[in-house]
Design a protein around this ligand. Structure first.
Ligand SMILES: [Zn+2]
Length: 318
């Protein structure tokens, strides 16, 4: 089993869909996080937003880590603040999948060019902002020379946020053709590495179908999730320190090992490193717990012999 860690490396103004006025102060916290990764010989993938490339200091911090060979720099496209700007900025247009294929391409290309200029490397790994992935984005990834996408969060439906529904997609990495993004194709040009969302129950697809079947009125989805969780019937878990402590993430990975998954993908957002920027880390105490959960999780993966790879390295295994 391989471990990838994919970090949305982005501006401080989390969840604000404006064209300008962004800062990227949170990037200054990355060297301390990277020291934790270095301690465990973990090579994270920083998926960098346009706003971070525009900030010379922020980009310099990440380039320093990349130049030492300790991470991968990938691309993370926030359509609302990646040029060119044609459409109105609003929640609907914050999803790349809702833009025309032409405008998607222009924004993805300008991000690609900016990363090449700032970092001196061609990125080959990609994630859409807000998980707004579709076949148009996939086609554009092929045109722009990308090899790996990580824009799908397994078993997750974003349709109430104007986004795509990937509620049937398992956390397994797979090759695919741009024309059919959820179907495995042995010789596909791209590899999808979903952000890992799974279950503490052994049979993921059964647990998922229980949630799907029961997620209808009169029980609200949130109330239902609470009931199933407390009864230990269905425990849906993101492999992310934003939502879970180390013990829960470890339980998930043990299940995934039993189920022979080849790869796990831990995700989070760089603004979590500054308390108060995201709902996940509000205080200095939260931040301490956030980092200590990452450290404890990495202690587990190391003990289990789960090797850390950069995201684009997955193409050797899938
Ligand atoms: Zn983002």
């Amino acid at each position: 089993m391989k471990l990838v860690i994919t970090i949305d490396t982005e501006e401080d103004d989390w969840g604000k869909y404006s064209v300008a006025g962004h800062s990227a102060e949170n990037i200054k916290e990355i060297p301390a996080l990277q020291r934790v990764f270095d301690e465990f010989n973990v090579k994270p993938t920083y998926l960098v937003a346009h706003t971070v490339c525009e900030d010379e200091g922020a980009a310099g911090i990440l380039k320093g880590i990349m130049d030492k060979g300790n991470c991968e720099i990938g691309a993370h496209c926030h359509p609302w603040n990646t040029p060119p700007f044609e459409d109105e900025t609003n929640a609907f247009n914050s999803m790349l999948c809702n833009l025309t294929e032409r405008l998607q391409f222009q924004k993805m290309q300008s991000l690609d060019e900016t990363i090449k200029k700032r970092f001196g490397v061609k990125p080959t790994s990609f994630r859409c902002g807000r998980w707004g992935f579709n076949f148009g984005v996939a086609k554009n990834l092929v045109k722009l020379g990308y090899m790996v996408d990580t824009s799908i969060a397994s078993y997750t439906d974003w349709s109430e946020y104007h986004g795509p529904d990937f509620s049937k997609t398992s956390p397994a990495a797979y090759r695919f053709d741009a024309g059919d993004i959820t179907t495995h194709a042995a010789k596909g040009a791209l590899v999808e590495v979903p952000a890992t969302v799974g279950f503490l129950q052994r049979r993921f697809s059964l647990a998922n179908s229980i949630i799907k079947a029961l997620s209808k009125p009169p029980l609200s989805a949130l109330r239902l999730k609470g009931l199933l969780w407390r009864a230990n019937l269905v425990n849906k878990v993101w492999l992310s320190p934003e939502y879970n402590d180390a013990a829960t993430m470890i339980r998930l990975v043990r299940r995934m090992k039993e189920n022979n998954f080849a790869c796990i993908n831990m995700t989070f957002h760089s603004p979590c490193l500054t308390p108060g920027l995201t709902p996940f880390v509000r205080t200095a105490e939260d931040k301490k717990a956030f980092i200590s959960n990452i450290r404890e999780f990495l202690r587990f993966t190391k003990a289990q012999g789960i090797e850390s790879i950069r995201l684009s390295e997955i193409t050797r295994f899938v």
